[in-house]
Design a protein around this ligand. Structure first.
Ligand SMILES: [Zn+2]
Length: 405
């Protein structure tokens, strides 16, 4: 069955030139003007208990010719947004208030639609082309997408930053679901390696990407440079900018890595089991920095939503499930295992274990539904029961509040 295309928004920082800033300011101003004009007329009718008129922006163009200078579609979108606001209000007055007048100091934005390629994106040059703007706007394309551009919303934040949110029509992910090759997979998250993964084909260790380690080294160097610069000097400002850029680069590069890894895992396996690491607890310890940096919390979030998209099962083993301490071969529980023990020998069956591989095998067994090696009663929080139903609050305890970049 073919599903409808999915709409996805991609938000990018843009760097308009002075002339483009002027153009955006003009568009924001005209949109605000049209919004307030229409709203005023509609509210007057509403107060007089008359039928609320349908107004199109062209109505004002004769009286206020400056409206002709901006993108007409942006003004049309104002009309649609205002009509929706009234519709929402009449549908549900408890939840929605009457629309309000817009002020200049509010966050500014306008939306324009793509008609006959009026919006284009040059991925190589990093330029965004918008209607009525002859030259492209510089855009930071930290990620690419595949699909047709439907519309673009340009916004300006209170501190003067500009963003473009691009709405793209992409193929519904469920249309290209691949058959999983492996029944289950267990993932042990670590510090030395990013993750150790076991599935039907065996175990493998996923290293932290080298480019990330290098980028982090550079970040630390830039931090040292900054701390040596004199307060409020020009060179300090330059160093601060370089540091901010490096931070942004690392955030994006890590996100990209996490997206690709989680997609590959979801593609290959039907059931995915991870240990429910206590991120909050770990953040209080010395390991804090590596935990925050390695993006575990985000990785789990990605796995979870991709599993939902592609019809896979995502399970978080209870954080008290002793995945590291259990011998995967005989089920013996090694109570003496310390955090720094990288390998251990099972006294019951004399098998030597790599700590991380053993843990991921135990999680893999959980995915296969082999309770005989999980002697702890009710050791699992199983997302299967909440699949497609409202989420159980217990499943999300590790929360995204721990994400710090
Ligand atoms: Zn054993």
């Amino acid at each position: 069955m073919q599903r409808k295309p999915a709409l996805k928004a991609f938000k990018y920082r843009i760097y308009p030139t002075d002339a483009q800033v002027m153009f955006f300011a003009k568009t924001f101003g005209c949109c605000r003007f049209v919004w307030n004009k229409m709203l005023d007329e509609k509210l007057q009718a509403y107060k007089k208990k008359e039928r609320i008129p349908r107004i199109i922006p062209a109505k004002y163009k004769e009286e206020f010719p400056f409206l002709k200078e901006v993108d007409g579609l942006a003004l049309c979108n104002v009309q649609l947004q205002l009509e929706k606001a009234f519709k929402d209000y009449f549908r549900n007055r408890k939840q929605f208030k009457l629309p309000k007048f817009k002020k200049k100091r509010d966050k500014q934005s306008n939306t324009t639609n793509n008609t006959h390629n009026s919006i284009r994106l040059d991925f190589e040059k990093g330029l965004l082309y918008l209607p009525k703007l002859r030259e492209g706007v510089k855009i930071e394309l930290h990620r690419t997408f595949d699909g047709k551009i439907k519309s673009v919303t340009v916004s300006r934040t209170n501190d003067g930053k500009y963003y473009a949110s691009i709405l793209v029509e992409t193929e519904n992910p469920r249309n290209k679901v691949v058959e999983p090759k492996s029944k289950a997979c267990g993932i042990d998250l670590g510090l030395e390696h990013f993750a150790t993964v076991t599935n039907d084909f065996g175990s493998c260790k996923v290293e932290h990407p080298k480019y990330l380690l290098k980028a982090e080294e550079r970040l630390r160097r830039l931090q040292r440079v900054l701390s040596r610069k004199q307060k409020s000097s020009k060179n300090r400002e330059k160093a601060r900018l370089r540091l901010a850029k490096q931070h942004a680069y690392i955030t994006n590069a890590r996100n990209d890595f996490l997206h690709k890894l989680s997609k590959a895992i979801i593609d290959e396996n039907q059931v995915v089991v991870v240990e429910d690491i206590n991120v909050k607890g770990l953040l209080k310890t010395k390991l804090a920095k590596s935990v925050a940096d390695s993006g575990w919390a985000r990785f789990l979030t990605y796995l979870k939503y991709k599993a939902e998209w592609y019809g896979r099962t995502f399970i978080r083993a209870d954080r008290f499930f002793p995945s590291s301490k259990l011998c995967h071969r005989c089920g013996y529980k090694n109570e003496d295992l310390a955090l720094h023990d990288r390998t251990w020998c099972c006294p019951a069956c004399s098998e030597t274990h790599d700590r991380d591989v053993n843990a991921s095998i135990n999680l893999y067994f959980v995915g296969l539904g082999r309770p005989e090696v999980t002697p702890v009663e009710q050791a699992l929080v199983d997302d299967r029961s909440s699949y497609g139903l409202p989420k159980k609050p217990s499943c999300d305890e590790t929360g995204s509040s721990t994400e710090k970049d």
